[in-house]
Design a protein. Sequence first.
Length: 215
Amino acid sequence: MNFDDLKKAWEEEGEGKDLKEVQLSVDHANNAIDKVRANMRLDFYGLLVLGVLAIVGLSYVGLKVDIQPIVFFTIVSFAFLFFSLMFFFCFKFYKFYKRSYNLSYDSRDNLMWFYYELRYFIDFYHTFFFVAFVMGLASGLSIGLMTATLEMDQGSKDAIGRALTFGFAGKLIYFGSMGTIIVGGTFLFRWLIQKMYGRYLKQIKQTLDLLKPED
């Protein structure tokens, strides 16, 4: 049922709803969808740039930086897992974005489809970020510990090595910092997603509630 059909039904049944308000709400929802698409384009290009920079960085490390083979193997292993996760996310991302252009959103059914797909996308985005973020910290922690261990075997200690051999207090500070970064980064990302997508999801939900058929 599109907007014209809803308008005709309400006029016949005398529901007394403000049709101008309904039209404005539908227009508002379409505007929200346009903004979601614009933000998705920015996100998609940002992910592509991040991927290119990561590949360039790995190539530079492999060719120019003198590091232990075991450390480089760890870097490449984490990079492979990250890129696999990123590829899957980008595929789902692009599939949703592409399909959203094949629908007209003057229909409640199509608008409802977009609402549930966007809600799923937001949940998936949160999961992707959290896994990628924790994976990145785990990679950094593993590489740092391996480097510190290798240097301590050679008789020297870097900052991580000194912290981890400073007793319980040093370990508490170090791992506490990692936990703080994870929690802080997660809340910051959730706020950013809410600003880019969440508020538009609420606007679309309000329109759907207004278009909900009367019992």
